[in-house]
Design a protein around this ligand. Structure first.
Ligand code: MG
Length: 624
């Protein structure tokens, strides 16, 4: 049996760290600004408003013995038994009102609390079974009771004395203060019984305990590191740091089957992985797949650009984890991606930027022990990917279409711009059925006149959109295809920089943007394009790179989930295409093309360094 002392030691340590943190001290000593306190109340509200639902979940998975009775008691208190013993959620409403929140603000808070529960349910979890997930939930819930029984009078006193919140509004804190210490101790017993009821091994218990408390268990809820109103960092561990080394891995991962389109045929992945490391050994991983016919970068020139121009800049910078990194990336983006006169053929160094940017974001979110999605919150609870069929022989294309349909995928993109387009599309339409939503990508194979002619021949296949019918630079051609074919036109190769995006919009040359991290300069470049698209009513597809590993797929997932309007998503093929991936986690989409949110640390994937090293055909190590 797990001794309660062992659990209480962990709770106690987390509580001491929390109360010593800069943010907690800022709050209780009265140094917090008005927005900081406002945000703190919001975070307390969001954390606890649905507590009764969470306790109910814990109650449901411990249907046995005295501990269940304790949980039931806890649940009844949360729900509120009478007018004199009111629901805790009502006390939180009082706290919000008493702290000056307007009704619309409170409605938003309630919505945020509900949304948080939905995101929790939609995110992939690192545990395999419900008993493990619920143990993590139980540990966190009970640890809050423990912490509050030791800290909430201090918080309430500060809110009353320093920030003028009326005592009547602070009843929730009072209820959870030292007067509730019995409850906190009972929580330890409940956990002990839970572990025994589910016959969990000590190793499993320790693993979940460690994962749950590895980070800043309380601070991440009450003072989220993504917050913008705090004066000081949440804990000293997130202080500014320098990057000590950058390792570039040029990979070669064989495909399970070749993939071709009008411009290229591939048998293997040529991903470039960037791994950065700080002095404490904290790592961050990024990825890009340079395409000479898109941004003008080749693997060799991209690696040279990383080594000669970007690495020295990164090494001399002191970087503070948090929003500052987004500001920093935005400020360096024009300079780091700009093609200089000597960079013949390069439109922008967007792939190079993407690899470094994602590595920095992965590093900093690991430093903060949060997910990238905490900075770029999801606007949806899953991402649904399209299937993509390469420019294969019609019977092979049909076979893939049948497999996709079997997998429940209803949106399929077919590569065209080759001799047998009609036969391929006919085969795909027959195999996929009338219900399937088909679109086509010509990768710039045609002239405008030719495109109009060819698309007429494809009319009976009921395409939803055509991607890049003409060459990247042929803006007038795009416009003509759009007007004459009547089909929505998506730009891909034509869309690398914001200047190009503006020109495309100005010329009314397209209906959709295909935004891809590696092509558009990571999140910094891509989000700028999305902003333009939103402003001018252009729809957005989040695209991918053929052969991307789990790193870029995970980043693409976060981007696609974050966009409120998303026409299509592509990518996350994982080991449907790669013979092996370099992440332990399988990020590939599942039935219906659907894939869950990634909300664990960093990008939400764990990199297998052994595979990364083994699959690298070239490895370059740069030191500060
Ligand atoms: Mg394309």
């Amino acid at each position: 049996m797990i001794p309660t002392q062992k659990i209480s030691d962990v709770f106690d340590k987390a509580t001491r760290e929390f109360s010593a943190s800069g943010a907690f001290q800022e709050l209780v000593t009265g140094r917090g600004s008005k927005p900081f306190v406002h945000e703190f109340i919001s975070d307390v509200f969001r954390t606890h408003y649905l507590s009764s639902h969470i306790v109910a979940l814990c109650y449901a998975v411990l249907p046995s013995g005295a501990a269940a009775a304790l949980l039931k008691e806890n649940l009844l208190e949360e729900i509120g038994r009478s007018d004199t013993e009111r629901a805790h959620s009502e006390l939180l409403l009082e706290l919000a009102r008493g702290s000056g929140f307007s009704q619309p603000e409170i409605d938003k808070l309630i919505d945020a609390a509900r949304r948080q529960a939905a995101v929790f349910c939609a995110a992939r979890v690192p545990f395999a079974t419900l008993r493990e997930i619920c143990l993590a939930v139980l540990l966190e819930t009970m640890s809050f009771e423990f912490m509050l029984s030791r800290c909430s009078s201090q918080i309430a006193a500060a809110l009353e004395n320093h920030y003028g919140i009326a005592k009547a509004a602070l009843r929730w804190f009072e209820l959870h203060s030292e007067v509730d210490i019995r409850h906190a101790e009972e929580g330890l017993t409940v956990i002990q019984h839970y572990v025994r009821f589910h016959q969990m091994s000590d190793a499993t218990f320790q693993r979940i305990l460690r994962l749950t408390f590895e980070g800043d268990a309380f601070g991440r809820r009450y003072f989220p590191p993504a917050s913008t109103s705090r004066a000081q960092p949440v804990s000293p561990s997130v202080k500014a740091r320098q990057i000590e080394s950058i390792t570039i891995h040029q990979l070669r991962i064989p495909f399970r089957h070749s993939f071709s389109h009008a411009l290229q045929s591939r048998e293997e992945s040529d991903a470039v992985i960037v791994r950065i490391k700080d002095a404490d050994g904290q790592l961050g991983y990024g990825e890009a797949l340079p395409r000479p016919y898109v941004t003008g970068e080749t693997t060799a020139t991209m690696i040279a650009h990383l080594g000669k121009r970007l690495a020295p800049q990164i090494f001399k910078q002191t970087i503070t984890p948090g929003w500052e990194i987004f500001d920093y990336l935005q400020s360096v983006f024009p300079r780091w991606t700009q093609s200089e006169p000597q960079d013949a053929g390069v439109i922008a160094w967007n792939a190079a930027f993407c690899a470094v940017e994602i590595a920095l974001l992965d590093w900093m979110t690991h430093r903060l022990k949060i997910s990238l999605a905490d900075f770029l919150p999801p606007a949806r609870f899953e991402v649904v990917y399209s299937g993509v069929i390469s420019a294969d022989a019609p019977k092979d294309a049909a076979a893939i279409a049948r497999r996709l349909v079997k997998l429940g995928i209803r949106a399929i993109k077919v590569k065209i711009g080759t001799e047998n387009d009609v036969a391929r599309l006919r085969a795909v339409r027959q195999a996929a059925g009338d219900e399937a939503n088909l679109r086509a990508d010509a990768n710039g194979a045609w002239s405008a006149e030719e495109a109009v002619q060819r698309l007429m021949e494809l009319e009976s296949f009921n395409l939803q959109a055509v991607e890049q019918p003409v060459a990247a630079a042929d803006i007038a051609g795009l416009k003509m295809v759009r007007e004459k074919s009547g089909l929505p036109v998506m730009v891909d190769e034509s869309l690398v920089t914001a200047e190009q995006a503006r020109l495309l919009i100005e010329q009314r040359a397209c209906d959709l943007f295909n935004v891809r991290l590696s092509k558009c300069g990571g999140f910094t470049g891509s989000l700028a394009l999305v902003k333009l698209a939103q402003e001018f009513g252009i729809k957005v597809q989040v695209g991918a790179q053929v052969g991307e590993t789990g790193i870029l797929s995970a980043a693409g997932r976060t981007l696609a989930a974050h966009l409120p309007e998303l026409a299509f998503a592509e990518g996350s093929f994982g080991t449907w295409l790669l013979s092996e991936d370099i992440t332990f986690d399988n990020v590939a989409f599942g039935y219906g093309g659907a894939a869950p949110l990634l909300k664990t640390r960093g990008l939400g994937v764990t990199i297998n360094d052994e595979s990364l090293d083994r699959l690298a055909v070239n490895k370059i190590e740069l030191q500060r």
